[in-house]
Design a protein around this ligand. Structure first.
Ligand SMILES: [Zn+2]
Ligand SMILES: [Zn+2]
Length: 266
């Protein structure tokens, strides 16, 4: 079984290609499933530069995905997903949005660290060395909180903070362990996100340090490219499949109507 559960499209204003282009690429690759999981709207059009708004979601994206599910039903299973930002203050709103839609899976992402009004975004910016320690600590705290929120099925790219530079400390290790423990406690799965392979560190999100904890805690794994271009669907999956074999018993989580089952990867 091969799935790519994490894809974006031009609807989010920072990716290229329409939904169908991603589906076609997954069909060409012979995948069993592709998840359409563009960035969800947020209340008050928060961070609207990186996402569609509610109107666009309901009038364009959702019907587009429905039409393609139908059109491609003999060629590939298209799953209705969404990548939802965890923001404590937006949880009620997110909960309502998720409940209003019949998703196959909901990916929870931490892209903002810190309290409302002082959030440090994790895209479109850089941090200098003096800020890294606090950023790492805040990041893993938010991952733990996102798992506790009770909103999501998959926790996305759960060490992406490393793209700003390496950092480790006893405190960060503890917070990392606590974050993964909360993921396990909430019975969620994590994705192996291959977009990090294109970055200077050439590591998946998460890398093997976090995956070792995930294996110890028996946290299930799934696969996502985080493609922002149709050409990147399934990118780096050979490597990711090896990681699934090493850290996830060769099994991946697959979803239907938010019910998780497992399948042999490959
Ligand atoms: Zn994006
Ligand atoms: Zn994404």
């Amino acid at each position: 079984m091969l799935v790519d559960y994490h894809t974006h499209t031009e609807f989010c204003k920072h990716a290229q290609g329409g939904v169908e282009d991603y589906v076609k690429k997954a069909v060409d690759l012979g995948f069993d499933e592709i998840g359409c999981s563009d960035h969800a709207p947020l209340p008050g059009n928060y961070d609207e530069r990186h996402r569609m708004n509610l109107e666009e979601y309901y009038s364009q994206y959702a019907p587009m995905v429905s039409g393609l599910i139908e059109k491609y039903q003999k060629r590939i299973r298209i799953k209705r997903g969404i990548e939802c930002d965890f923001l404590d203050w937006a949880s009620e709103w997110n909960s309502k949005f998720i409940a209003e839609n019949s998703f196959d899976f909901v990916i929870g992402s931490v892209h903002f660290v810190g309290p409302r009004g002082e959030e440090k975004p994790l895209f479109g910016c850089e941090y200098d060395e003096t800020e890294i320690e606090a950023l790492y600590e805040g990041y893993f705290l938010e991952i733990a909180n996102s798992a506790k929120a009770g909103l999501f099925d998959i926790i996305a790219h759960c060490d992406i903070v490393k793209k700003f530079g390496s950092f480790s400390s006893k405190r960060v290790d503890e917070l990392m362990w606590e974050a993964l423990s909360q993921i396990k406690k909430a019975d969620l799965c994590i994705e192996i996100n291959t977009s990090g392979l294109r970055k200077p560190k050439r590591e998946t999100y998460p890398g093997e340090k976090v995956l070792t904890i995930a294996r110890d805690l028996k946290i299930p794994l799934t696969l996502g490219s985080d493609a922002h271009n149709p050409e990147r669907v399934g990118m780096g999956f050979d490597h990711a499949i090896n990681l699934i074999k090493k850290y996830g018993n060769g099994r991946i989580s697959v979803f239907e109507r938010r019910r998780r089952t497992e399948a042999k990867v490959g």
